[in-house]
Design a protein around this ligand. Structure first.
Ligand code: GDD
Ligand code: MG
Length: 355
């Protein structure tokens, strides 16, 4: 089976992490995020993937070349982003499947443990034009809301509606009959969610929902990105691309964790990163060369490459950009994002305790 992987988005909600690296290439549990998706696609019987790239397109081929994780890879780049539907149509030029063959389409920011083969089986059994993986979430207003009838047929597609009619949402993995892709207009900006799905449904084409509530996560926000990495390290979701066995933490080659430091909760410690004695790091991602000084506390946070946390500082739900420095004694609360190279000076309180 062939697949198209949508990886052209700018990942704005994940800035500053995505300033230098596109979202699908961010290190997640020690490897590029996409490694997990490629390995899982391979396990589901996908043999060839066309990457639909746009933002920082050249970095994808540099990362994966023409074969990775058991899958042959091809790259098709949009000069200007064509939206999700335009990207699928554009990338379909590189497919070799026949008109009736199923083609898997994947959003490039999803961790999913669902049964892809069962989704394809439903697609074939019902002779559908498109079969969508659907799952349930608490807040459907942030996603594509997708009601189905008693036969599992999709009755509407409501993208990011403030008035969802069901908690059942589009999970970002579709099986398209190859010929259904050709119904998307060529060389135009098209949203598969706002245009293609609603018009297929309106035209009476069979659009089916494969409802399955296995592990599922869109890693498009810092909180979700950190959670995804943590779940992979802890083994909550298994991935053939994991660089080590599941456990409380993943320590990459060259990292130094002082004997007196507490590091757990699915934390990844990147190459040549350092955690000093008396520091506590839980549920976090330390990229290469990040540094946590003695007595600091880091919870549910991302420290980008060479970011530094000073002695006694406390970070909770924070993102530090490349080379950002948090001076001793600072306390940073959830949602705070520090841009690359920014240095927060030591706090006055710290000066007085030092004196
Ligand atoms: N090539 C290309 N070109 N890719 C794009 C473009 C584009 O113009 N725009 C977005 N993408 C890619 C992104 O890189 C991402 O992998 C995928 O399309 C989805 O974009 P997001 O920006 O992550 O969308 P979302 O999370 O707000 O919503 C989508 O995913 C939800 C599930 O996580 C929608 O499909 C929702 O309906 C769905 O519920
Ligand atoms: Mg997304």
């Amino acid at each position: 089976m062939e697949a198209i992987l949508l990886v052209g988005g700018q990942g704005t909600r994940l800035r500053p992490l995505t300033i230098s690296t596109p979202k699908p290439l961010l290190p997640t549990a020690g490897v590029a995020f996409l490694a997990h998706q490629l390995a899982r696609a391979h396990a589901a019987g996908v043999t060839r993937i066309v990457f639909a790239t746009s933002y920082r397109a050249e970095m994808f081929e540099a990362a994966f070349g023409d074969h990775a994780h058991g899958v042959d890879l091809t790259y098709v780049t949009e000069d200007e982003p064509l939206g999700t539907g335009g990207a699928i149509r554009n990338a379909s030029r590189a497919l070799v499947s026949s008109p009736d063959d199923p083609v898997l389409i994947l959003n490039g920011d999803i961790l999913s443990g669902h049964d892809v083969q069962a989704q394809v089986d439903l697609h074939e059994k019902t002779n559908a034009a498109v079969t969508l993986h659907l799952t349930e979430v608490d807040d459907p207003s942030r996603f594509g809301c997708v009601p189905t009838d008693t036969n599992g047929r999709v009755t509407a597609f409501l993208e990011k509606t403030p008035h969802p009619v069901t908690n059942q949402i589009n999970a970002g993995c579709y099986v398209f009959r190859r010929s259904a892709i050709e119904t998307i207009p060529e060389d135009e900006v098209v949203s598969v969610e706002r245009e293609t799905f609603p018009s297929l449904i309106a035209s009476g084409a069979p659009v089916m929902g494969h409802v399955e509530s296995a592990y599922w996560l869109d890693v498009g926000t810092p909180e979700a990105f950190i959670q995804g990495s943590r779940d992979l390290v802890l083994g909550t979701l298994t991935s053939p691309a994991m660089p080590g066995p599941p456990g409380d933490r993943l320590t990459l080659p060259g990292a130094t964790v002082a004997p007196g430091a507490v590091v757990r909760g699915g934390t990844t410690v990147g190459r040549n990163a350092v955690i000093e004695s008396g520091a506590t790091v839980t549920g976090s991602i330390l990229l290469d060369e990040a540094h946590v000084a003695e007595g600091a506390t880091v919870r549910d946070s991302v420290l980008s490459r060479a970011a530094r946390v000073g002695p006694g500082a406390v970070l909770d739900g924070v993102v530090l950009g490349d080379g950002a420095v948090v001076g001793p004694g600072n306390e940073l609360r959830p949602g705070l994002r520090v841009w690359p190279g920014i240095e927060l000076p030591p706090t006055a309180i710290r000066f007085s305790t030092d004196a």
